[in-house]
Design a protein around this ligand. Structure first.
Ligand code: BGC
Ligand code: BGC
Length: 594
């Protein structure tokens, strides 16, 4: 591992203050600046004293290998250490279900699936593995866990939430944070998105003409993501704030602010919530980071936006592109007295405190010696365990499950041989992708590895007129991320239903496995299946599914979201007011132990 001149590590608050006293305004504002990695030549990290660089969704080096990741981040760090004060830079990425941008990393189930496990120890182990794969690539900052409490499953980020229930979110998200942070090598967790990102109302997402021109979101997309949480403070405190309080009490050091609004005011401008509640009332000592270009949404005047957000308590800005304009704007605002220097010093103190706490002054680089662990068999075993425990058995009639390994299977559906679909969004690319996008085990691979005779036809068209004993169908949602996944129609597609119908007609027993980032409306489809399994977005290890389907392990998962009977029972508020019960309530899950 290379050695570079390193700033003496500030070991206490007095040492941090002494360091701040040596810093010029440019050096301070540089610390507050986070830039997207493709938008900055490496030398500019030195010139502008940049405090942080990030990979956005899909922000991969080419070719996308672990070695190239490590080298890419190492180069940015070397540039930061060339600055006068040699303050280390912190590199961030969205490793929201494993180091998921990186080809070959293990990809765990998305949080919606982990919610069904109710297993905090498992979630902690997943975070440990993620920390090790990140640190292998010199990456110390993970934009996770989401502590969103999604109240409307039409939201395209529902799968990033562990549950619709606050207490489940709090328990699992804090376990995840501790898994990242509480052991060496440490990775900084980001508790996001502050606050009530999961509490916005359908149809309230705004268009920012000064940012997007006349861009219209296609279809339903961006109908609820980044919208307005029109809820009173009591509801905010009851449903959405508790995970933040719990995480802060357990050592949270970073909070990311939400694109969304509360009562019509952008969260990035909410001084009351960021400074009064988060920092003062909850005692948060770490640093607050903005979301991607979200500061720019506050006002058509960029200067007003920056001043408003920094004065509201923003400490680091994910610019992410035009860092020169950001730096010039904030510099002018300080020189004009629009932002007090005490606010800048407070922001820098928080950032330096976290870098010191992570041990980055002593060890600015990660642990490239851990590269051989990336995507290892041991890591994949834990992901496989997570898949097993995340499956929820919704229906099992005629003793259909577990299946016998001695009986041949007809395998169908768009998810039958598609690792990309099983991974969902935030996998290699921001929006995810279809097909063999990374190293992993598809459903077909898993059935074969289980030693079961299998024939595959994604469309469900098999030759031969006889009724086959077992049909296994993988259907559901195609990958999406953020507002692109907002969807007002959560029924299965006509194509998926056609496959199910074809398989129903050609198989004695039919098992449907639903791959989705949220509950879907399956009321009409359920009677067609003998057994029905919710498998969420399981990631790269589909053998966790066959482990349970073929009876090596029992089903133990419980719903962390209610399954509505119809779209009339969406959002959750409508379900609570509806005369009929949901199709399956929170906590539902059949247990089979044969
Ligand atoms: C998302 C964040 C993410 C960031 C960086 C934003 O668009 O809202 O969750 O951490 O991008 O990729
Ligand atoms: C980036 C994501 C980011 C998104 C925000 C994408 O281009 O890759 O990281 O969250 O933009 O709109």
């Amino acid at each position: 591992m290379q050695q570079s001149p390193v700033q003496t590590a500030p070991t206490d608050e007095a040492a941090i203050d002494a360091l701040i006293q040596q810093m010029t305004l440019a050096e301070k504002i540089g610390q507050m600046t986070q830039v997207e990695k493709n938008s900055i030549p490496v030398e500019d990290v030195t010139t502008y004293f940049i405090g942080s660089v990030l990979s956005g969704g899909g922000g991969n080096p080419q070719p996308n290998t672990p070695e190239n990741w490590a080298a890419m981040v190492r180069a940015f760090q070397e540039a930061a250490l060339k600055t006068r004060l040699a303050i280390p830079l912190i590199y961030g990425s969205d490793a929201v279900h494993g180091h998921n941008n990186m080809h070959g990393a293990v990809i765990f189930p998305h949080n919606v699936g982990l919610g069904a496990t109710r297993d905090a120890d498992l979630v902690r182990r997943i975070a440990r593995i993620t920390a090790r794969e990140l640190i292998a690539t010199n990456t110390h900052f993970n934009f996770a866990p989401a502590v969103s409490v999604p109240q409307d499953i039409r939201w395209g980020r529902s799968f990033e939430g562990y549950s619709e229930d606050t207490s489940i979110v709090t328990e699992l998200a804090t376990a995840y944070m501790q898994g990242l942070q509480d052991e060496d090598p440490r990775v900084l967790a980001s508790i996001k998105h502050f606050v009530a990102d999961g509490g916005t109302i359908w149809g309230t997402a705004q268009i920012y003409e000064w940012l997007q021109g006349n861009w219209q979101a296609p279809g339903d997309s961006y109908s609820i993501d980044q919208g307005d949480a029109q809820i009173d403070e009591a509801t905010l405190r009851e449903i959405h704030l508790p995970p933040y309080k719990a995480a802060i009490d357990l050592g949270a050091q970073n909070v990311m602010v939400s694109f969304s609004s509360w009562q019509g005011v952008k969260m990035h401008a909410q001084k009351y919530l960021i400074t009064d509640v988060l920092k003062n009332e909850f005692g948060f000592n770490g640093f607050v980071i903005s979301d991607w270009m979200a500061v720019s949404q506050i006002d058509p005047s960029y200067s007003t936006s920056v001043i408003t957000s920094i004065n509201a308590g923003m400490d680091m800005v994910m610019v992410p592109f035009d860092y020169k304009t950001f730096i010039a704007t904030l510099t002018a605002a300080v020189e004009n007295g629009d932002v007090p220097i005490e606010r800048i010093d407070d922001a820098v103190r928080r950032i330096l405190r976290v870098k010191a706490w992570l041990g980055m002054f002593e060890h600015p680089f990660g642990r490239e010696d851990l590269l051989p662990e990336v995507g290892s068999a041991e890591h994949r075993q834990v992901a496989r365990e997570a898949v097993r425990k995340s499956l929820v058995l919704l229906k099992n009639e005629n003793n259909t499950l577990p299946l016998s390994k001695d009986v041949p299977v007809l395998l169908a559906g768009q998810g039958a041989h598609d690792v990309g679909m099983l991974c969902g969004g935030w996998s290699i690319d921001w929006q995810g992708g279809r097909g063999m996008t990374t190293v992993g085990t598809s459903a077909l691979d898993a059935v074969r590895k289980a030693g079961v005779e299998v024939q595959i036809s994604p469309e469900g068209t098999f030759a031969g007129g006889n009724l086959a004993p077992i049909g296994l169908v993988f259907v559901g949602e195609s990958p999406y991320a953020e507002g692109m996944g907002d969807n007002n129609n959560l029924h299965l597609s006509p194509e998926d239903i056609a496959v199910i119908d074809r398989m129903r007609a050609s198989c004695e027993k039919l098992v449907v496995v639903l791959i989705s980032g949220r509950p879907m409306v399956i009321t009409d489809v359920l009677p067609k299946a003998d057994a029905f399994v919710a498998a969420w977005l399981p990631g790269t290890e589909a053998d966790g599914i066959t482990d349970v389907l073929f009876g090596d392990y029992p089903f133990t998962g419980k719903l962390s979201f209610s399954f509505p009977r119809s779209m009339e029972q969406v959002p959750l508020k409508a379900l609570k007011q509806h005369p009929d019960a949901p199709l399956f309530p929170l906590g539902y899950g059949l247990i089979n132990r044969q």
